[in-house]
Design a protein. Structure first.
Length: 489
């Protein structure tokens, strides 16, 4: 399938829409669980899920982004590579499962072990599903992954609600989640057979296996660093808060800004990176001049999206907390800090994607390893003294560092190809400044929804006035989503 601006836009919209739908269904399901189960029961259920999620690193070891890149670069080899990747994954699933059971048996809790039985199958189903995700992303068929998200979450809601109402047994809830993972895997298998024209089955090819295994370590380290980075702040808050009994309270307070920033990352740059990474990998081999244009536009568009989000959250923090989380007033300062950090969080996605696409995955992993170490170190230094605010400062410091490392490497590779980027960034910053002034001056006299709408209108008008966007580009965007837009970049 051709890699083009039109396909990238459609994939981003499809994937973002699916993630939004998935998040809505997921939140509704979580509310049902939390309202029906006792806190300790819910805690055991979610605790086992968290352990299994962390253990899933061992079943992938970076194969998802690696296979996505290689399949996009060598389209004729995509399915054979996927078959070999699947043959590598199955022993990894078995080994990971054994280690997981040995670790969890040390606890000796019967309910934990009962939950681990269906949870272990989730490792297998998700490992197989990830191979199909890589293939579909490489071929710009992200719409299949979008449907997969909805299929999985809807199946989870139906089966899980049935198990909850009928039994209230967390083991049955875990079985329902495992069944939903199986349904999702079968859905992806059927879509693969239909749209790829070939059956993706395990097939160990020594030459292809050597090729994948040689490249896996860099991607594996990056994956592990990302997992540790994602959970370090909450875990360290729990154990390092002083006095110790404040740990759980601090984790709860921190969850408010953390949930907001995580959701925005998933919905916008995460979806964007999913769509642009295969094309970057393709352009790195076949059209380097188009790679620079794609990166420049991706960077500018993400900056255009994140600045109003960051400024809006920062300026309206008090109204947001008072309206949505009135009992979380202590989250104000960390909310402000993490809102201000959002731009560098977003912009690290296209830089990281580019480094992987051009074969600099080892440097990409080093950057994330350094960032993880700094994040853990700053958390350890600041949490005992500043609590939640210390964790928020660690979040900002580590993300600024990551973006700085990534962008330095990216600019060094693309060089003069980025000459148009500073002017575009300057105009976007000007539009955001005007929007921020309008929101700041009217925030006291307008309700929260009206402030958000005003900021949106002012920002859009400024983008058009500074020609960051033109009416023609808006029409192209809308037509592309409807599959009538031009396919050239």
């Amino acid at each position: 399938m051709a890699h083009s601006a039109g396909s990238i836009v459609r994939n981003t919209v499809w994937y973002t829409g699916a993630v939004v739908g998935q998040k809505v269904i997921s939140f509704g399901y979580f509310w049902l669980l939390s309202s029906r189960l006792a806190p300790e029961t819910l805690g055991v259920y979610l605790g086992v899920l968290s352990v299994v999620s962390l253990a899933a690193v061992g079943t992938d070891l970076g194969l998802l982004p690696l296979l996505t890149r290689e399949a996009a670069k060598h389209e004729e080899e995509a399915v054979p590579l996927a078959r070999t990747a699947l043959a590598i994954k199955l022993p990894l699933v078995a080994l990971t499962g054994i280690v997981l059971w040995v670790v969890m048996m040390v606890r000796g809790e019967s309910l934990v072990l009962e939950l681990l039985v269906p949870a272990s199958f989730i490792l297998l189903f998700d490992a197989v599903s990830s191979v199909f995700y890589a293939l579909f992303r490489a071929r710009q068929m992200v719409w299949i992954e979008a449907w997969s998200l909805i299929v999985f979450q809807t199946t989870t809601l139906v089966l899980g609600t049935t198990a909850l109402v009928a039994t209230g047994n967390p083991v049955m809830l875990m079985a329902a989640l495992s069944a939903a993972s199986c349904v999702n895997m079968l859905f992806l298998f059927s879509m693969g057979a239909r749209h790829l024209g070939k059956i993706v089955r395990p097939d160990f090819n020594p030459a292809r296996a050597r090729h994948l295994l040689r490249l896996m370590p860099a991607f594996a380290f990056s994956n592990v660093f990302q997992k540790v980075y994602n959970v370090a702040d909450s875990v360290l808050l729990l154990f390092l808060s002083t006095p110790r009994e404040l740990g759980t309270y601090h984790v709860g307070i921190y969850a408010v800004p953390a949930k907001v920033t995580t959701a925005l990352q998933t919905l916008v740059p995460g979806a964007f990176a999913t769509a642009i990474y295969p094309s970057m990998s393709n352009y790195a081999v076949h059209a380097r001049e188009r790679l620079a244009v794609l990166f420049e536009r991706s960077f500018a568009y993400l900056l255009m999206l994140v600045l109003p989000m960051s400024a809006g959250l920062f300026l309206l923090t008090d109204q947001i907390l008072a309206t949505i989380w009135p009992q979380y007033g202590d989250a104000r300062l960390p909310f402000l800090i993490m809102s201000a950090a959002l731009p560098v969080v977003f912009l690290a996605y296209p830089t990281g994607s580019l480094l992987n696409a051009i074969g600099m995955e080892k440097r990409n992993s080093v950057h994330r390893g350094i960032t993880t170490a700094v994040n853990v170190g700053v958390n350890i230094a600041l949490i005992p003294r500043f609590g939640v605010t210390g964790a928020a400062l660690a979040f900002m410091a580590s993300n600024v560092l990551l973006f700085g490392l990534d962008f330095t490497a990216t600019a060094g590779y693309l060089g003069q190809s980025l000459r148009a980027l500073p002017g575009m960034v300057g105009r976007i910053l000007l539009a955001a400044a005007v929007m921020s002034a309008a929101v700041w001056l009217t925030r006291a006299s307008l309700p929260l929804p009206a402030s958000v709408l005003l900021g949106f209108l002012v920002y859009g008008a400024c983008l058009l006035a500074t020609r960051v966007l033109t009416p023609a580009e808006v029409r192209v965007f809308l037509n592309t989503i409807r599959r009538r837009g031009p396919e050239t970049l």
